[in-house]
Ligand binder design. Structure first.
Ligand SMILES: Nc1nc2c(ncn2[C@@H]2O[C@H](COP(=O)(O)OP(=O)(O)O)[C@@H](O)[C@H]2O)c(=O)[nH]1
Ligand SMILES: [Mg+2]
Length: 217
């Protein structure tokens, strides 16, 4: 009994210790197309969401760095696939361009659309995509459409509700539940979900735990 107890206890300790630590992180390169991305020689996590959803802030929170993701929001890089090196050669994180820009031509939107889907469907080392949703808003058609497409195309993804500090908790939960209710109209199972605030530094540990779990599976 006590041997088993000791063993379980040590497994528990090990599990607690293997939560990913970001010891090092740096911006690497911005690529206009998936074909130009770095050689896929390590696991990759990607982040996507509408512009201003809080993507850069979330990446900075996870990496525990103030200005890591700033690079990719400089003019010209917002429409690129931006790679960050994490823990030297351990993994890549990718800041993807936001979907659903209103102020671009139809042609631009189409090439943008195919760039994102070429990446999502063609990047062989992609472990998981984090799709960011602003928790201040009721379910938005454009987010629902994008998430439904991810499911339909079998892209591994999780949903991250951002800016949870900005509204009353009851309003946040109302929006999250409404979003889930919309998804349940189409899907039997909900994807993994995280509630985060980059300002209050909430939800990051759970995300890092989930990432570690995926990498050690
Ligand atoms: N209150 C609050 N503001 C946030 C949070 N995350 C981002 N913001 C703010 O939202 C704006 C857009 O954030 P940013 O990370 O640049 O979004 P991006 O365009 O998706 O990369 C900035 O003014 C951030 O300071 C959050 O968790 N809480
Ligand atoms: Mg950004």
């Amino acid at each position: 009994m006590s041997a088993i107890h000791d063993m379980l206890f040590s497994i528990n300790v090990i599990c607690t210790l293997i939560v990913m630590l970001v010891k090092q992180a740096n911006y690497l390169i911005s690529s206009p197309r998936v074909e130009q991305c770095p050689v896929p020689d390590r696991p990759e996590f990607a982040f996507i969401g509408r512009s201003n959803v809080g993507k850069s802030s979330l990446i900075n929170m996870l990496a525990n760095q103030k200005d890591l993701a700033k690079t990719s929001s400089s003019p010209g890089k917002t429409q690129m696939i931006n790679h960050f090196e994490i823990n030297r050669k351990e993994q890549y994180w990718v800041d993807l361009p936001g979907y659903g820009y209103a102020k671009v031509s139809k042609k631009q939107r189409q090439s943008f659309h195919s760039m994102i889907w070429n990446y999502l469907e063609g990047r062989e080392n992609l472990v998981n995509l984090f799709a960011l949703i602003d928790s201040r808003h009721k379910p938005q058609q454009i987010d629902l459409e994008f998430i439904n497409d991810l499911g339909a195309r079998n892209i591994p993804f999780a949903i991250v509700f951002t800016k949870s500090d900005k509204s009353k908790q009851s309003d946040v939960m109302k929006n999250v539940n409404a979003f889930n209710a919309e998804l349940m109209k189409r899907w039997e199972e909900l994807p993994p979900m995280f509630l985060t605030s980059a300002v209050k530094k909430r939800g990051g540990e759970q995300m890092l735990e989930f990432m570690t779990e995926l990498l050690t599976k």
